[in-house]
Design a binder for this molecule. Structure first.
Ligand SMILES: Cc1cc2nc3c(=O)[nH]c(=O)nc-3n(C[C@H](O)[C@H](O)[C@H](O)COP(=O)(O)OP(=O)(O)OC[C@H]3O[C@@H](n4cnc5c(N)ncnc54)[C@H](O)[C@@H]3O)c2cc1C
Length: 395
């Protein structure tokens, strides 16, 4: 039985969008569920499953039909991510990053887009976006990868760290500084191709819970990016990056909801069978109530994420709503998955169940696309504006 909140939201989707969500449910059960445990414990990036997802059309969700995509709304992507994250957060995150890079490159409408987008749509070439550096994470404006203008293009030098899909990626949207004194106004973005000289890939990081994300770093050493590889000129890249991040905050929140629902489902089924002191464990009121707390916050988590998604679909600012959704999801998912494990006793720790994998992935979600502290910073500024500047009427 589907959560009525989800059912109601899916009715808001158009038939073609709902069909995509149904397809994600089927793909999740058929491909992600049986593969997830092996991806985690064998420490491998699920490149073949990512390509299979592309073959099913998941890379074309928001992509313009002019490039062979479906041109569907943001909410479809969010719901697809939520459904896939029930089985593996890492896989869903990897797929969405690849999808987003494909859409961004297509929007550039360059000759490079004509060459790269069809390969990305089919999954032959994998994409990622690289903002973070070993010395700069939250403080993005401080990034030091340098882009120097030369005849016919730009020379890029620097190092990137913690990049989803970088372990295998072929096409990388890379932020670089064109003028160190200009701050955010000097930042531009470039399409970097991994098979060109000057791109040096580093080994994948071994993660817990989200290994399928394929996180790695790379160095650029005098990498030559031709003029047509400039995606966002200086002065526009920073803003473009931040607007994409609001969407990511919203779908990461929905992905947390997907994992949490998986965890509570496992816990309730287990506790409905397991006997202790002559009763089913679910009959102990304290344990049952702890699961009701989980279910209550799951509902709130979905409502926050779905509200942000509707705003994004409508072209409205989701800056505040997406930050609320991600902050709430990050904070609550960790404790609530731990509560589900507690209900299952020691058996909840075993890798036969996905709960420990979900728990570690939930911690990951507190860093991707802005840390919880960065959400607090943003929300704090908006709160001060609301009560101190806009003078909201309070009794
Ligand atoms: C699984 C995973 C996938 C990722 N994928 C990508 C990707 O695809 N592309 C990409 O570019 N990056 C990616 N990242 C990097 C991610 O964006 C950064 O981890 C994040 O921006 C935080 O940077 P940091 O880890 O360097 O922490 P830091 O910025 O070094 O922060 C350390 C701590 O200080 C806190 N802090 C910093 N500034 C403040 C402040 N002003 N006030 C209060 N607290 C503060 C932070 O919240 C954090 O708790 C990924 C990260 C993970 C974990």
């Amino acid at each position: 039985m589907t959560d009525p909140i989800v059912e109601e939201f899916d009715l808001y989707l158009a038939p073609a969008e709902r069909e995509m969500v149904e397809r994600a449910k089927e793909f999740g059960q058929r491909v992600v569920a049986p593969g997830a445990r092996a991806w985690e414990y064998e420490r491998r990036h699920p490149t073949e499953a990512l390509r299979a997802a592309c073959a099913e059309g998941f890379c074309g969700i928001e992509l313009s039909p002019a490039f062979g995509g479906r041109g569907l709304r943001f909410s479809t992507k969010m719901r697809v991510a939520e459904e896939l994250a029930r089985y593996d957060f890492g896989f869903a995150f990897s797929l969405l990053n690849h999808h987003n890079v494909t859409v961004r490159i297509a929007a550039g409408k360059s000759a490079l887009a004509e060459r790269l987008v069809p390969r990305m749509l089919s999954g032959e070439a994998i994409g990622c976006s690289a903002f973070t550096e070993p010395g700069h994470g939250s403080d993005l404006v401080g990034l030091t990868t340098l882009a120097t203008k030369v005849d016919g293009g730009w020379t890029l030098s620097g190092e990137k760290a913690w990049i989803c899909n970088a372990a295998v990626a072929d096409v990388i949207i890379t932020l670089a500084q064109t003028s160190p004194v200009a701050g955010s106004k000097g930042i531009a973005s470039f399409i970097v191709e991994a098979d060109r000289p000057g791109f040096l890939r580093q080994s994948a990081y071994a993660l817990h819970g989200a290994h399928a994300i394929g996180v790695a770093g790379f160095r650029l050493e005098n990498y030559f990016a031709p003029d047509n590889a400039l995606l966002d000129p200086p002065g526009t890249a920073f803003k473009a990056t931040l607007s994409g991040i609001n969407g990511a905050r919203c779908y990461v929140a929905a992905m947390c909801a997907g994992m949490l629902e998986s965890a509570i489902g496992h816990a309730v089924r287990y506790a409905g069978e397991r006997q202790a002191f002559g009763r089913k464990v679910i009959e102990f009121q304290g344990l049952r109530w702890s699961l009701v707390d989980v279910q209550t916050d799951l509902a709130a988590m979905r409502l926050l994420a779905y509200r942000a998604a509707r705003q994004i679909d409508a072209g409205q600012s989701a800056e505040e709503s997406a930050a609320y959704a991600k902050k709430f999801a990050g904070d609550r998912t960790i404790g609530h998955i731990a509560a589900c494990i507690q209900v299952m006793g020691a058996n909840g720790l075993r890798s036969d169940h996905p709960l420990m994998r979900h728990l570690a992935a939930a911690k990951t979600a507190c860093f991707t696309d802005g840390t919880t502290e960065m959400m607090n910073e943003r929300l704090g500024k908006l709160m001060m504006h609301r009560y101190l500047v806009a003078d909201v009427d309070t009794p």
